[in-house]
Design a protein around this ligand. Structure first.
Ligand code: BGC
Length: 732
């Protein structure tokens, strides 16, 4: 038996042995990835030695893997899929809220479980790798892909991503039927494209890259993330896939990535056709190899050009060897050369959509909801409320509830919008069921449609609201208003949704608004006028049940926003970790307040904000020391009291503010949080550790350092100054 087939040898030895047996053509083939579901690409498995396929469904994985086994060296193929909030691309699988939705739970354990469920279902399906998690920083809601992110804060994103990756990959590795490889994307700065224009140029300095956009990726690479995907866009003129600074110097050399880097869709073709930093496809292939891309997604011409470049002596074969080693290593680690090559055909039937998986999804739906306002309206009091008028088309829109990448999504290439219909409980269904149990009637009128300016059932909605004890209006966006190729210039409610809200409010019936949306919208009227507001970022298949439970108080809401809402699109970007020093009209007269002449500086709803049916108070902020030196961590403690008469969960947040430093720093930055359950009337003391390194900044010489001086330590219930207690620690 050849050494590479010997399971008892180390992965390194097996990889080296296999590599030594491969022709140049076979090696370059390993770097190729094509979509299985188009252009007769399955036929290219043998002729181009294709090493990986994406977008495989149905029987494709089994067919391709069997054919791969019959090739000269029998190298297995890796299949990748966008299972980004559950394995949504299979109709039998479990769907979760989107990343943005579930991020509002701030629940590490839940996010890890979501990853674990997804991994089990993906692997049972014969797929080995998900293009997730997304580590993009969402600071401009105009961008179509805000829903795919963990929100606006890089530190928080890194924390959540590590949990999800641990769920996907496991601690013990992925050579089993439970685990898959993760792919951190889009590396890097992709969410920062100017004007929210997807894949457009991002103007980001090296210092800002090092301060903000690289740290979450560094965190996951150092924690063993198996792969990264390069972003589409250029950063200050250099496309991500052409940047050896990004791919080689940082990810591979500095952080020690031993996994591989895949391009995004035809990134290498785009170097020539769109970004024009290469004068033809061959030059593009050359740039791609030099920069450090290992796997080339969907640029078929790379195959012949890479081979020619090596033969002509323009590219060292050792560069190809490095990429192929990384890819083969992953295949060995997945157990694909051994007993995990062919997925048992009966596995998916027992694993996909298991009851315990749906239970995790339901928990995610519950914890993703954020109560943003409540003027004594909620929870619904069944003694007083006998009839509910439910208005707004999102109350009964499966795609608004599930969000992108859940079939019916452009990238999934699906024309079939019927996926996950049966498993989905819309707000209408969930509310009817829950209200019915208390003998409350629910009358539904669509009223308005976010996709149709002409759709107008406002008269009927008003009649319904006028005769009801409570109006619940479910408004927001739906699938066609976000996603790739779907950026927006205007963040107001679309269609006649705003008119609908104003009309039902005018009836005098109390109004609860459920914002079912993929991203923050500019909804100041709602903030000012509604009596209660729930934010439900694509709350998943069980979102309707979760919302009904929350509205009736069966579950006490605990979610908090991980992204700020602008008052108006012109206020973007409006993230909490802003800088000070804005010369604005009122800064002297109004005690340092910074604002536009026509609008406050502060977001409509801020990062970290979210209410409960009980209330909490914070006291006794204590630091383990008032002075700190390298090597010492700071212990921060706080007393948290549940002042209400209901048990509840609070998300305590810890921010830092470097008071004086050699470069400007944000007014505050989150560096810790705890999710704490407190019984009614009780007080708990919560301690959080702040590692010394968390006080670091990147100085003007691009070095990461902790500078001496005073730091404010802020602890409380949101990023708003008024919600935070303060103490000072001095770094010596
Ligand atoms: C997206 C990626 C995705 C890839 C494969 C691209 O258009 O930007 O996020 O993983 O397609 O579907």
């Amino acid at each position: 038996m050849e050494p590479y087939r010997n399971k008892n040898m180390t992965t390194e030895k097996r990889t080296a042995d296999l590599l030594s047996r491969m022709t140049l053509e076979e090696k370059v083939g390993q770097m190729m990835q094509l979509p299985a579901n188009s252009d007769n690409n399955m036929d290219k498995l043998e002729s181009m030695n294709i090493g990986s396929y994406l977008h495989c469904t149905g029987d494709m994985m089994r067919v391709l893997q069997t054919r791969a086994e019959q090739t000269r060296l029998g190298i297995p193929r890796i299949f990748g899929i966008d299972a980004i909030h559950g394995h949504c691309i299979d109709n039998r699988a479990t769907v979760f809220p989107t990343q943005l939705g579930v991020s509002c739970s701030w629940n590490r354990d839940l996010i890890q479980k979501m990853g674990a469920v997804t991994a089990r279902e993906v692997r049972a399906n014969g797929i080995h790798w998900t293009f997730s998690p997304v580590l993009c920083v969402a600071r401009d809601s105009r961008w179509g892909r805000v829903d795919e992110t963990f929100g606006e804060d890089p530190w928080f994103i890194g924390e959540m991503a590590n949990e999800m990756i641990e769920g996907y990959q496991g601690k013990e590795g992925y050579n089993n039927w439970e685990k898959i490889m993760a792919c951190g994307k889009h590396y890097a700065g992709y969410g920062e494209a100017a004007g929210g224009r997807d894949a457009y140029e991002a103007e980001i300095s090296r210092r800002t890259m090092l301060s903000l956009f690289l740290p979450p990726f560094e965190k996951i690479v150092k924690n063993g993330c198996a792969s990264l995907m390069a972003g589409y866009q250029a950063i200050s003129g250099e496309p991500c896939s052409a940047s050896s600074w990004l791919l080689r110097e940082n990810a591979k050399e500095e952080w020690g990535l031993d996994g591989f880097i895949v391009t995004d869709w035809d990134n290498i073709g785009s170097l020539y056709t769109k970004q024009k930093v290469a004068s033809d496809l061959k030059e593009a292939a050359c740039l791609a190899i030099l920069a450090g891309n290992d796997m080339i997604m969907t640029t078929p011409s790379f195959y012949e050009h890479a081979i020619a470049l090596v033969k002509e002596g323009r590219i060292e074969e050792s560069l190809i060897d490095d990429s192929v080693t990384r890819i083969l290593r992953a295949k060995f680690r997945l157990g694909l050369f051994d007993e995990y090559r062919h997925t048992p055909s009966d596995l998916e039937a027992t694993v996909l959509g298991r009851a315990d998986h749906w239970e995790v999804s339901a928990q995610a739906s519950r914890e993703s909801l954020v109560l943003l306002k409540n003027d004594n309206l909620l929870p619904i009091n069944s003694q007083k409320v006998k009839s509910i008028a439910l208005v707004g088309s999102n109350a009964d829109d499966v795609l608004a509830q599930l969000g992108d990448w859940s079939f019916g999504s452009m990238q999934a290439g699906a024309s079939d919008d019927s996926f996950h219909r049966d498993q989905t409980v819309t707000l209408l269904a969930g509310l009817r069921d829950r209200a019915g149990r208390d003998g409350i009637t629910v009358h539904f009128v669509k009223g308005a449609d976010p996709l149709d300016d002409a759709f107008d059932q406002i008269g009927e909605a008003v009649r319904s609201a006028a005769s009801a004890d409570l109006t619940i209006a479910c408004v927001g966006d739906t699938l066609k208003l976000h996603g790739e190729f779907h950026d927006r210039a205007n963040l107001d409610l679309t269609g006649r949704q705003q008119d609908l809200l104003e009309a039902v409010k005018a009836t005098g019936t109390p109004l609860c608004v459920v914002l079912m949306t993929s991203k923050p919208l500019s909804v100041p009227w709602i903030e000012e006028t509604a009596d209660a507001i729930f934010c439900a970022f694509n709350p998943g298949a069980k979102g309707g049940t979760a919302l009904a439970e929350a509205l009736f108080g069966d579950v006490n809401p605990s979610g908090k926003l991980t992204i700020s809402f602008p008052r108006h699109v012109g206020q973007q970007p409006v993230h909490y970790n802003r800088y000070s020093g804005w010369h604005s009209m009122n800064d002297r007269a109004m005690a340092g307040q910074e604002r536009y002449i026509d609008m406050p500086e502060e977001a409509l709803f801020v990062f970290g904000e979210g209410m409960s049916y009980t209330s909490f108070s914070y006291s006794n902020l204590t630091l383990s020391s008032s002075r700190l030196t390298r090597g010492l961590d700071l212990l921060v403690s706080i007393d948290l009291r549940n002042r209400g008469d209901r048990d509840g969960t609070e998300i305590i947040q810890l921010y830092i503010n470097d008071l004086y430093s050699s470069v400007t720093t944000p007014v505050k930055e989150i560096r810790g949080f705890e999710r704490v359950f407190v019984k009614a009337g009780e007080t708990v003391c919560v301690s959080m550790t702040l590692p010394f390194e968390e006080l670091s900044l990147v100085n003007a010489h691009l070095e990461r350092v902790v500078e001496p001086g005073e730091f404010e330590i802020l602890v409380g219930s949101s990023s708003r100054d008024g919600d935070l207690l303060k103490a000072v620690v001095t770094v010596e």
